[in-house]
Design a protein around this ligand. Structure first.
Ligand SMILES: [Fe+2]
Ligand SMILES: [Fe+2]
Length: 356
């Protein structure tokens, strides 16, 4: 539930602590509002009636305030100390009901995530492939070749500006020779994932192509970060980047209006897209380090190198606060900015959007 608080920063923080399940907004999308009254002057400045559910929080004991209160038409008055149950009573909200309905929708989201088909054989083989596994690699390439749709997608990515190949490559074998096994494996995963994103994502203010492209860029940045740190496996990070926002394709079926932040999902469903992506990957038997990093990609978790890498790969892909994020990332992982910068810039410089 969204509400608005008119008061000092400290008041806002206090309400936040008292009602952790509710969300404070500063736009018109609130369901109720609270005006903090700390003096009679404040009170006199307020409108006498309100269109939406409104409460006054009378912070000070002042006879003058009490005398004037009857002039105002509000839905309730709150007095200190702030107490959750007291407020919920005033709001006429049955907390049990509130959490019950969240539980129901959350279980529906989880059931939907669980109902996604398991990974095709070929993708499972790709995931298990290691760099010294040359014979299986051949086998996998042969399987990729059987799926013409997949071949087309792989070649489209191979020939994208990122890989910097001037002469167009028209066969998978040639691509494998030029780019190496690990790159081809990752490109095949990216090609496979294109179909997963095929959904109407307008409530996330994006579309299938853009979300896939974003995921691919995050995958590439995460992979580059992984190459610079001994405790990180860059292929795992690539996979984490590729799938980090996959939960959106599940949650979007439950969205009835556009949303911007992961916390809006928490509020509506009791689960957000990062956790949902984690559930999907868990179901696919992906390694726990990847599952955790994906789950945490909107929360900074300081003590897990995989989570740090995916969190910052996602931030860097958006290019907001780029310098600061680069510095923080390098500091947290103990890697050199000098080494990382050219790698990340290489990923971000191309205008993929025109290409794919
Ligand atoms: Fe996300
Ligand atoms: Fe993302």
């Amino acid at each position: 539930m969204k509400y608005r608080v008119f008061g000092s920063l400290e008041d806002v923080a206090q309400f936040k602590r008292t009602l952790p399940e509710f969300f404070i907004v500063d736009n018109e999308e609130f369901e109720f509002q609270i005006y903090v009254v700390d003096s009679v002057e404040t009170l006199l400045r307020l409108p006498k009636s309100f269109q939406k559910k409104t409460f006054f929080y009378i912070k000070v004991k002042d006879q003058k305030i009490f005398e004037k209160l009857s002039l105002y038409r509000v839905d309730g008055i709150i007095y200190p100390p702030l107490d959750k149950n007291k407020i919920l009573n005033k709001l006429n909200i049955d907390q049990q009901k509130l959490s019950d309905s969240l539980e129901i929708i959350k279980s529906r989201v989880i059931a939907k995530a669980e109902s996604l088909p398991s990974l095709p054989d070929i993708v499972q083989k790709l995931l298990k492939l290691t760099t010294n596994d040359k014979s299986t690699f051949k086998e996998v390439i042969n399987e990729v070749k059987k799926d013409q749709g997949l071949v087309g997608k792989v070649l489209r990515i191979v020939n994208s500006p990122f890989y910097g190949i001037r002469k167009e490559i028209t066969s998978i074998d040639r691509a494998a020779i030029l780019l190496g096994m690990s790159t081809i494996k990752n490109i095949a995963l990216a090609a496979f994932s294109m179909d997963l994103f095929n959904k109407n994502l307008v409530n996330y203010n994006t579309d299938a192509k853009s979300l896939w492209l974003h995921s691919f860029v995050v995958a590439r940045i995460a992979e580059e970060i992984g190459k610079l740190h001994n405790d990180l496996d860059s292929d795992s990070l690539y996979l984490a980047g590729l799938m980090h926002d996959l939960g959106k394709i599940i949650l979007v079926d439950f969205l009835t209006k556009p949303i911007v932040f992961a916390k809006d999902e928490d509020e509506m469903f009791g689960i957000n897209h990062a956790e949902t992506s984690g559930l999907i990957l868990k179901k696919w038997n992906v390694d726990d380090s990847i599952v955790n990093a994906v789950k945490n990609h909107h929360n900074m978790v300081d003590d897990d190198v995989y989570s740090i890498a995916v969190y910052y790969a996602n931030m860097l892909s958006k290019m907001d606060d780029f310098e600061r994020n680069m510095n923080e990332l390098c500091e947290k992982l103990g890697i050199s900015l000098f080494d990382l910068s050219p790698r990340v810039e290489m990923v971000l410089q191309e205008n993929y959007d025109e290409f794919f």
